[in-house]
Design a protein around this ligand. Structure first.
Ligand code: GLY
Ligand code: MN
Ligand code: MN
Length: 450
């Protein structure tokens, strides 16, 4: 009852906003298919827009929304029931089966469920009947350097192209992208999303704490990855948010390092970027720590520069502020820290980038990286309920002579928390995941982190 009310409400809001006929496609293929979020082992592989509007995690479904219809304003098209296929792949919802129909109705609240092979005819009939001269659909489109561009490699674009072709042949209205209104509704999390996001944080954080307590057992990045992912997956059936980055020593200067196969050595730092999903909410956490369990003096100075920048961003984050402004605070704090706390005591460094290595954050929610893939949201005042990552970093070769000792390392440091923006500030969902030097050293020494 709860879920169907929630999905129905989401679809109603979209219909009220758009007022036009809309067709939205789920992913046409199963896990392992070619979408950016469909990793082969991923238990949730549905198009996030479809997941958000219906909760149906199954390939080959299409949602038709027709706000001007008095008889049936929403129709879900699914495959016919196929028992032979179910023998291989497990139970799937399908037309021609009473039980399926009951389930679809109870999960989604959609009463009208039809065979996907009828979609084209139904669309044509509805479209030619409607007075509005557009058909809404969803694809990823934005502006990059002032030019409009689309992501052409995902299934949404394939669906759009198919619709374009049909509309031309029917001499019917043109397509309109509903991406902006969809994201406007989807990005601010509601209280249930926040509960789920917190649960994802708790499992991710617990995995990290257990990892650090056991860290002495490990010698290779893949052991760390296996243990950490095992801890998280044991506690969530919804899968990882993304494949973990487990990077020791200089590997941590590769931002999206995924080989995770090197042995590590006692004086190195390790950067891990990891997280699990709970329901459809993602955690996206990064922690960096010394594999020995103790920071050397240079590592501590550099680490605390990044941590200070992260705190400054958190302090500044609130509704109405832009993410561009967060970037300014972040990289300014890092640069100041390098000047005053590192170079001023004789430190030298070669950074691997000009000005800044990456943005301090991105939108999150139904996807690890959510919202406009072209990130034009960076210029928008943030809204209450937006979830963002806060992930300053420092990457390069650093040298320092201190108390007669010379430190010389190629290091990558990133610390990443997830924040929910509020009218007066933000909630740091990751606040229980240890990150101060003291907390990390305590945990690795086998005692409780505070
Ligand atoms: N996990 C990749 C990122 O932090 O954006
Ligand atoms: Mn991350
Ligand atoms: Mn991130």
């Amino acid at each position: 009852v709860f879920s169907k009310r929630r999905y129905r409400e989401r679809r109603n809001k979209l219909m009220a906003k758009e007022g036009q006929l809309m067709a939205i496609a789920g992913v046409p293929y199963g896990p392992g298919g070619k979408t950016t979020w469909a990793y082969a082992y991923c238990p949730t592989y549905q198009e996030p827009a479809m997941m958000y509007l219906t909760g149906i995690n199954q390939n080959n479904v299409i949602l038709l929304l027709d706000p001007n219809s008095k008889v049936s304003d929403e129709i879900l098209f699914v495959d016919p029931k196929n028992r032979a296929l179910e023998f291989w792949e497990g139970v799937r919802l399908g037309v021609g089966d009473e039980q399926s129909l009951k389930e679809v109705r109870s999960v989604t609240g959609i009463q009208d469920v039809r065979d996907i092979r009828e979609f084209k005819d139904v669309l044509k009939e509805r479209l030619l009947k409607r007075k509005t001269n557009t058909l809404g659909t969803f694809w990823l489109q934005g502006t990059r350097k002032g030019k409009t561009c689309s992501i052409k490699t995902d299934h949404n674009y394939d669906f759009k192209k198919k619709l374009d072709g049909w509309l031309r042949s029917w001499k019917a209205p043109t397509l309109k992208n509903i991406m902006a209104s969809h994201f406007e509704l989807r990005l601010p999390l509601d209280k249930y999303d926040v509960v789920n996001a917190r649960k994802a944080q708790d499992i991710t954080g617990d995995g990290f704490k257990v990892l650090l307590k056991n860290f002495r057992k490990f010698k290779n990045e893949c052991q760390v990855q296996g243990f950490l992912e095992g801890q998280m997956l044991m506690n969530s059936p919804f899968g990882l948010s993304y494949p973990s980055i487990v990077a020791s020593g200089s590997n941590a200067t590769t931002l999206h390092y995924t080989k995770n196969d090197d042995d590590f050595f006692k004086n190195e730092m390790m950067l891990i970027d990891f997280g699990v999903r709970w329901m459809t909410m993602h955690a996206d956490i990064t922690r960096t720590f010394p594999v020995s369990g103790r920071f050397n003096p240079m590592q501590k100075i550099l680490y605390e520069i990044v941590l200070k920048a992260q705190c400054a961003v958190e302090k500044k984050a609130r509704a109405g502020v832009t993410m561009i402004a967060l970037n300014e605070v972040c990289w300014e704090t890092v640069n100041q820290g390098l000047e005053h706390n590192f170079k001023a005591i004789g430190g030298e460094c070669e950074l691997q980038y000009d000005e800044r290595p990456h943005g301090v954050g991105h939108l999150m929610g139904e996807q690890e990286h959510d919202g406009d893939p072209f990130r034009n949201y960076l210029q928008e005042p943030m809204k209450s309920g937006w979830m963002i990552s806060n992930e300053p970093g420092l990457y390069g070769t650093f040298r320092l002579r201190l108390n007669g000792k010379i430190y010389d390392e190629k290091i990558g440091i990133r610390i990443e928390d997830n924040l929910v923006i509020t009218a007066n500030g933000c909630l740091n969902l990751s606040s229980k995941i240890p990150k101060t030097v003291k907390q990390l050293e305590k945990l690795m020494a086998g005692r409780r982190g505070d």
